[in-house]
Design a protein around this ligand. Structure first.
Ligand code: ARG
Length: 463
């Protein structure tokens, strides 16, 4: 036997050279660890549907179905303890779960894969996983928005110089600054909700993308898994792999853009030269050589991760855009992008919550920013009161910038009462909106958990 042939292994999916196996499996064995639970839940739905399929004899009797589901619940228990291992020879979670079921249940285990493909499985696993993660991320983003609004309310009238081009522009307030970021998050949650709605559709029953000659009940599996809807056309269901990932990543990238801009503001305004805000010291890190250092490493890494997620969203879109209809293995590469994106966004929101909650606003440093020119525009608008056209007032102020007297920023701010301006923020309305959104996410999560508990016959997974 040639040296090459000595390295050919017999696997469930054919005789393959070990190098080709390793190359194609990539990091799946490690990555798929977070999908074990989802794979078991998806399998439980599939087997439950197979058991109800009008065949004679039945593929699974009710008792056999229960045995399979019990075994799947056992795997979930092991996975939660980190005790269920995906072996390199399994290649991925799907083969690992099937290997386990066959080892434990024999012929019963061998019937589980009837009428479905791994493409089916991975698509459904990703939906189930992303659905849970998106719920968490939406709740966390809303909680952060709430913290920002509370912080804004605490400093609603505290004057702060508003900037354009980073240069002093007009009198503004800490309340306006903080609640602007909250509103951005609230709008990002709308994108996450749209991403959730598209994720919350069952792709199951597509098999290899072309259906199967069996009376499978796709609506039943969708319902058993608590999906809000299902993809109708089986080829389309298969083609949504990659597209779903890129949609979710795009929404996550928007959240990260919002957080990155908040982080950027904080890095700027906590520089000693500004000193407007002080970061909680316990969220800053020191230096190995400079004893005095308290660095905003958290904010810097968040800024870099925002760029990475935006790049990953683009990578997922481009991988998908280049593919013909039907499954191609390229899609496997979108998995790491999605999982990383979900995990990094969740972690970024989580770390920003205590930082915002615990940061301090420094009244004196904020007041020191108010040089007389900051009032130039307000002064020009004031001159219009006696009928001077704005352009003339503008010129008059521009020619006499030196004579702009110091004003009380608080008084100037109190005049900006229109909707959304420093004295027209209506933070209570915003807090109410955030609460309502959070309530909707909670309800959705509960209905998913109820469905999955019913399917498994044990209390809902994960949370
Ligand atoms: N690990 C694979 C993926 O992520 C599972 C599906 C494999 N399907 C196939 N036809 N080779 O795409």
């Amino acid at each position: 036997m040639s040296n090459v042939m000595k390295k050919v292994k017999k696997t469930t999916v054919g005789k393959v050279h070990v190098d080709a196996l390793a190359y194609t499996a990539g990091d799946d064995a490690a990555l798929d660890t977070v999908l074990i639970e989802a794979d078991c839940i998806g399998t439980a739905a599939h087997v439950t549907m197979l058991a109800r399929m009008p065949l004679k004899p039945k593929l699974f009797s009710p008792a056999e179905r229960t045995r399979v589901v019990k075994e799947l619940v056992k795997i979930i228990g092991q996975a939660r303890k980190g005790a269920f291992k995906i072996r390199a020879t399994d290649q991925d979670v799907h083969m690992a779960v099937e290997r386990h079921l066959i080892a434990q249940l024999g012929d019963l285990g061998k019937r589980v894969h009837t009428g479905r493909s791994r493409n089916d499985q991975v698509a459904v696993d990703i939906r189930l996983y992303a659905r849970d993660e998106l719920s968490d991320i939406m709740e966390a983003a809303l909680a952060l928005a709430d913290i920002l609004v509370a912080w804004a309310a605490k400093h609603e009238d505290l004057p702060m110089v508003g900037r354009t081009h980073m240069q002093p522009a007009m009198p503004s307030s800490v309340g306006l600054w903080a609640s602007a970021h909250a509103e951005a998050l609230l709008e990002d949650v709308s994108l996450l909700t749209a991403a959730y709605d598209l994720t919350d559709r069952s792709p199951l029953g597509s098999a290899a993308g072309y259906g199967v000659p069996l009376p499978i009940d796709r609506a039943l599996t969708a319902k058993l898994l608590g999906f809000g809807a299902m993809h109708h056309n089986v080829l389309h269901a298969s083609n949504t792999r990659g597209k779903c990932e890129s949609i979710v990543l795009s929404a996550l990238a928007q959240v990260m853009i919002t957080l990155s801009r908040l982080a950027q503001d904080l890095m700027l305004y906590t520089m000693p030269e500004f000193g407007y805000f002080t970061l909680p010291a316990e969220y800053c890190t020191g230096s190995s050589i400079m004893p005095q250092k308290k660095n905003p490493d958290v904010l810097e890494l968040l800024r870099a991760r925002a760029i990475r997620i935006a790049a990953d969203a683009s990578a997922a879109a481009q991988i998908t855009a280049s593919l013909p209809s039907g499954y191609s293995r390229d899609l496997q590469e979108t998995k790491a992008l999605l999982l990383n994106g979900l995990q990094a966004t969740a972690a970024s929101i989580a770390i920003m919550q205590p930082i915002v909650r615990r940061m301090k606003a420094n009244r004196k440093a904020l007041a020191n920013g108010f040089t007389p020119e900051v009032f130039a525009t307000d002064r020009a608008l004031e001159l219009m009161a006696d009928g001077t056209p704005f352009r003339d007032a503008y010129r008059q102020v521009k020619d006499n910038l030196d004579s702009l007297a110091d004003r009380d920023p608080q008084q100037v701010l109190a005049l900006k009462t229109h909707v959304g301006a420093p004295a027209g923020l209506d933070l209570t309305a915003m807090a109410t909106k955030i609460k309502a959104e959070a309530q909707a996410v909670r309800k959705q999560r509960q209905s998913v958990q109820r469905a999955v508990s019913r399917l498994l016959g044990v209390p809902g997974p994960r949370r």
